[in-house]
Design a protein around this ligand. Structure first.
Ligand code: NAP
Length: 249
């Protein structure tokens, strides 16, 4: 049920961090990977090839609308079809709400929610044209559930990710498309570098994680393969928290 042999998975932002961890997990389960990156994914290519799978890189800035069409077309040109979409690329901007700029609002919203929605749309159109099942996994956050501090556009975008995941699941389950999300907790990647560098915030955060450690890209492996595979065939519109118990506190 967890076997992804013969499947093609698009993973946005997989040169590093959680995207890299999820691309590798999908490849280890048998999928070939279409990576979508603005930076060179050399390390990821190496890991996927060592796993015995193919990796096709599409160079694209996912904050731009014309990237959506380009990515789907390139994926189909490379592998003849698509089966799985992981909308992982995301950014964060930190500032007090009183000082927050329009630029920091728009840049985060354009990538984290607008582009994510249109990637879902482009992928769903392709799946419906193929007449095959499809799995979409959107990457949400603890800030899909909580307000956070000094990250208003990130909270808005990630709350939107959880909402849109439910809304699209309602429309597309009938087409054999499972739309779900994963909400990572506090994971040690570039995204949380500033947070981990701030000793008092870092201690505060660690102190309330029941698992007593920051998460890692490897912690995403089981949940992503589950949501990308037949094993989750009756799971629609749900967001799974992978958070070391953070939300349970
Ligand atoms: P990361 O290491 O900063 O990775 C983010 C990825 O997105 C990188 O591959 C990055 O590429 C890519 N990206 C950023 N802007 C892009 C653009 N315009 N076009 C294409 N790709 C772009 O952070 P991460 O923690 O792995 O984050 C992955 C996802 O998990 C994000 O959606 C993030 O919000 C979410 N998340 C992370 C945490 C956490 O604690 N780390 C918690 C909850 C949710 P570059 O390397 O070129 O910048």
């Amino acid at each position: 049920m967890f076997d992804l042999t013969g499947k093609v998975a698009i993973v946005t932002g997989c040169n590093t961090g959680l995207g890299q961890g999820m691309a590798l997990a999908l490849a280890n389960a048998g999928a070939d990977i279409v990576g979508v990156n603005r930076s060179d994914p050399a390390e990821t290519i190496d890991l996927i090839q060592k796993a015995g799978r193919k990796f096709h890189n599409v160079n694209a800035d996912m904050s731009k609308m014309d990237s959506v069409d380009h990515v789907i077309k390139e994926a189909v040109a490379a592998f003849g079809k698509v089966d799985i979409l992981v909308n992982n690329a995301g950014i964060i901007r930190r500032n007090d709400a009183l000082d927050f700029t329009e630029k920091d609002w728009d840049e985060v919203m354009d990538l984290n929610i607008k582009s994510l929605f249109f990637m879902c749309q482009g992928f769903a159109k392709q799946i419906i044209a193929q007449g095959t099942p499809g799995n979409i996994i959107n990457i949400a956050s603890m800030l899909s559930y909580q307000g956070g501090i000094r990250v208003p556009s990130y909270t808005a975008s990630k709350s939107g990710v959880m909402g849109v995941t439910k809304s699209l699941a309602n429309e597309w389950a009938k087409h054999g498309i499972n739309v779900n999300a994963i909400a990572p907790g506090y994971m040690a990647t570039n995204n949380t570098e500033a947070l981990r560098a701030n000793e008092s915030r870092s201690e505060e955060i660690l102190g309330r994680i029941p698992a007593a450690r920051w998460g890692t890209p490897e912690d995403m492996a089981g949940p992503i393969v589950f949501l990308a595979s037949e094993a989750s065939r009756y799971v629609h519109g749900y967001t799974i928290a992978v958070d070391g118990g953070w939300l349970a506190r």
